[in-house]
Design a protein around this ligand. Structure first.
Ligand code: NAP
Length: 290
């Protein structure tokens, strides 16, 4: 197909999809009052902001991450913001028994579960791939296998409540970029697994929905610390990202993109792979900038 034909088709499809995106299902935070929610990776960044949004809506929340002392502070803040209930459980998702233990704890504390928000990630270098297989295996357990374990454990209780699994993924699970080979692999794995699960749950007429959230660059401390040395790309607010993630689950959307243009970047990549790869590389300098 000629370049101009591809371009005009892309513009047409883009305009139609943008209109569709803008007219997404209505969200009411009222529906979260009393909702029973488990949020992972809630001691910092987007997970912490998710917990605060839920708290303002009067939800019942279990938060988890490794650092109990920080989670304690998050819980206190949630209660101050209006959470009906807020408790925490420290857990390390690199430990194979912890993901299921956390789901059991949440179900026990809340008497069931309406939303499972899978958001945590283990720290990973932002650098050329250096052959560290052990780190990649570890990251697969933390960023991918623990999500699968928690989802599988939670499905029976989510089935009872017509609940939702919300998976926080990344643009880097849909297109490749330099410096993030292990991280990107875990996010591609998540999209593959949970995309398949969406089909299988639908084919079984399950009550449970899965929402996959594809995020671009978000201004969390951990992300900024890594990428600022290599790029000046704009980062979007963690609080906004958190709200979009919650909305995706409440409105039972199969996939959302934040910021909105992430969707188009991914599509443009598929349509014009060579040009997109060059542009992607041009965003980064090979040496850290001071
Ligand atoms: P973050 O600020 O680095 O927070 C990560 C969270 O995971 C923390 O609460 C951390 O708490 C927890 N965690 C780390 N290792 C853990 C382990 N072994 N077991 C259990 N919990 C662990 O991350 P973020 O930037 O908010 O990202 C949140 C989500 O958004 C991730 O899924 C990420 O892939 C996605 N995302 C982020 C961006 C971005 O630019 N920020 C872009 C695209 C997608 P402890 O240290 O207390 O354990």
């Amino acid at each position: 197909m000629g370049f101009y034909l591809k371009l005009s088709a892309l513009v047409g499809v883009t305009a139609a999809l943008f209109a569709l995106y803008m007219s997404g299902p209505a969200f009411s935070s009222e529906s979260l009052k009393g909702a029973r929610v488990l949020v992972t990776g809630a001691s910092a960044g987007i997970g912490e902001q998710i917990a605060y949004h839920l708290a303002r809506s009067g939800a019942q929340i279990v938060v988890t991450a490794r650092r109990g002392n920080v989670l304690q502070e998050v819980v206190e803040k949630c209660l101050g913001l209006g959470a009906q209930k807020a408790v925490y459980i420290p857990a390390d998702m690199a430990e194979p028994a912890d993901p299921e233990k956390v789901v059991s704890f949440a179900v026990e504390q809340l008497g069931g579960l309406d939303y499972l928000i899978l958001n945590h990630i283990g720290p990973s270098p932002f650098a050329f791939w250096d052959g560290d297989i052990e780190h990649t295996k570890w990251l697969m357990q933390v960023n991918f296998l623990s999500y699968v374990q928690m989802a599988w454990k939670a499905i029976p209780t989510l089935e009872d409540s017509k609940g939702s699994i919300i998976v926080v993924s990344s643009m880097l699970g849909r297109m490749c970029s330099p410096f993030v080979a292990p991280y990107s692999s875990t996010k591609f794995a998540l999209n593959g697994f949970f995309g398949t699960l969406q089909h299988e749950l639908a084919m079984k007429n399950s009550n449970v929905t899965v929402s996959i959230c594809t995020l671009g660059l978000i201004d969390t401390d951990s992300a900024m610390e890594k990428v600022r040395k290599y790029t000046n790309m704009t980062a979007y607010p963690a609080s906004d990202a958190a709200l979009q993630i919650i909305k995706a689950g409440v409105t039972r959307q199969s996939e959302i993109f934040y910021p909105w243009f992430t969707y188009y970047l991914i599509n443009i990549k598929d349509w014009f792979p060579n040009m997109s790869n060059k542009v992607m590389r041009s965003f980064y300098s090979t040496e850290p900038q001071s």
